[in-house]
Design a protein around this ligand. Structure first.
Ligand code: GAP
Length: 454
């Protein structure tokens, strides 16, 4: 099998698992869907929440120098004029004259040295023209020019326009940062690769404000921090790639940009950008609004517009990377010597949607069921758990393996003392990846699990 074929088969299996087990589903599916939009089901929502919570913990709660904010999606149109988005936030687009497809001009395949339509193969394409990616809308009841604004295409601008207010209320000194997680919208010409390029997605962005002379060093610092973050959520460094954007490809105001890329089955693609944006954004808003966005440095007595380093990550892309990195098919032999395929999502326990499955050995034994339910109630305030009493125990383990649950607790006859007193009050904990089991007293269960999922 060729590399391409096995990669696309792997991706198909991942997409199908995501739907079958309730991670990610097509938006508005019963009406035929809406291209570029996705819904997260029960497990996908937990996974996404775990990722965002850990980002927030790392970027805001564990640090003295970063505070959070939560800006509105709709903002005054002038924000997008000043930031440059209204004039230039576009992709080059061509039309295929044969099949009428609209295509990204910079992503066309080549045949015999000529670009052609990937849908019908025709070479009859229009000239490229700029297509603005922002979704336009009207605020209020009148649909005229004065009511126009856009759904935000990035969360960052809310941070820049609130810079002065947040600085004042938080009483921080440079270097300091403002972090935000929220929805962004881009009318992508060709949404594709599952959730990778969507029209509605979430970003986790930090704007880290500093003195001009510290920008270059802080860019390197943030690149390292962000790479460490991905390792800490279970994406090993050999699946990541750092692409240093050459000066001629960078935005004109940037003094350095890195893309953190992930080895997806459909190619090595960007997960996050880490960019040193100089004082461009604050200066643009200062000019356009006429309001000072300067910082007063008490140490030096100087007023200046701070520079900014921005690590900007896509939530949905990171969720997809977590699933792709975790997806694994193993051949194992059952106790009777029969080989079978085990599908496992090997999530880091801190990312796993369900932390622990709880299983009474038999569902028709009141004491086993009662004890298992008691354990569920005692763990619920601390983590996401799942109670399952149906089917053979091996099948219950497999169902949890497939959604990445790192631990399975079984209440058996030893637990309730029916095999003598020696193991009474203990349960087995099965670890997902090794499939090894250990016996632990019920009283130690919570700390055993909490230590491993945080
Ligand atoms: N404020 C800077 C900014 O928005 P960007 O590189 O355009 O920079 C940052 O976007 C991140 O947002 C990307 O690295 C990616 O993870 C995510 N992202 C951008 N467009 C996306 C899309 N259409 N679908 C999903 N995620 C997207």
């Amino acid at each position: 099998m060729t590399q391409d074929k096995s990669a696309s088969e792997r991706m198909e299996k991942i997409v199908s698992l995501c739907k079958r087990r309730g991670f990610i589903m097509q938006s508005s599916e019963i009406y035929g869907g809406l291209n570029g939009c996705w819904d997260y089901g029960p497990l996908g929502t937990e996974l996404k929440r775990n990722l965002k919570d850990f980002w927030w913990r790392r970027m805001v709660r564990e640090r003295d120098d970063i505070v959070g904010m939560d800006g509105s999606i709709l903002m005054n149109r002038q924000v997008w004029v000043a930031s440059g988005h209204e004039a230039t936030f576009s992709d080059p687009m061509v039309d295929c004259r044969s099949c009428k497809s609209r295509l990204r001009a910079d992503q066309l395949p080549e045949k015999d040295g000529k670009l052609h339509c990937p849908v019908c193969g025709s070479f009859d394409l229009t000239e490229a023209r700029a297509f603005n990616l922002m979704f336009k809308t009207y605020v209020g009841a009148t649909e005229d020019e004065s009511a126009i604004t856009y759904l935000r295409p990035e969360t960052a601008q809310a941070i820049f326009v609130q810079f002065k207010n947040v600085l004042e209320v938080s009483r921080k000194k440079v270097p300091f940062g403002i972090a935000q997680i929220g929805k962004a919208f881009r009318n992508e010409i060709n949404p594709r690769n599952f959730t990778f390029r969507s029209r509605e997605f979430e970003q986790m962005e930090l704007e880290y404000f500093c003195r001009p002379e510290d920008g270059v060093e802080l860019l390197e610092y943030w690149l390292k921090e962000r790479l460490k973050f991905y390792e800490d959520v279970g994406i090993s460094s050999d699946l990541l790639h750092v692409h240093k954007i050459p000066p001629e490809e960078r935005a004109h105001y940037s003094q350095g940009t890195y893309d953190i890329e992930f080895h997806f089955a459909f190619g090595v693609q960007e997960l996050e950008g880490v960019a040193y944006r100089t004082d461009y954004d604050l200066s643009q808003h200062q000019k356009a609004s006429g309001k000072s966005l300067e910082y007063f440095d008490e140490e030096t007595g100087q007023h200046f517009v701070p520079h900014v380093v921005e690590p900007s990550a896509g939530v949905d892309r990171a969720v997809l990377a977590l699933i792709c990195a975790a997806f694994c098919e193993e051949t194992i032999t059952d106790p009777k010597g029969k080989a079978e395929t085990r599908t496992v999502l090997k999530f880091h326990p801190r990312m796993a949607p369900i932390k622990c499955g709880i299983f009474p050995l038999l569902k028709n034994n009141e004491r086993l069921v009662g004890q298992a339910r008691e354990i569920v109630e005692s763990l619920r305030p601390h983590m996401m758990v799942f109670y399952d009493e149906s089917g053979a125990i091996g099948r219950r383990y497999r169902r949890q393996d497939e959604v990445g649950t790192p631990f399975g607790v079984t209440v058996d006859f030893d637990t309730i003392g029916e095999n003598g007193p020696s193991n009474q009050g203990t349960v087995t904990i099965r670890e997902r990846d090794s499939m090894k089991q250990v016996r632990v007293p019920i009283g130690e269960l919570k700390s055993f699990l909490v230590d491993r999922i945080n």
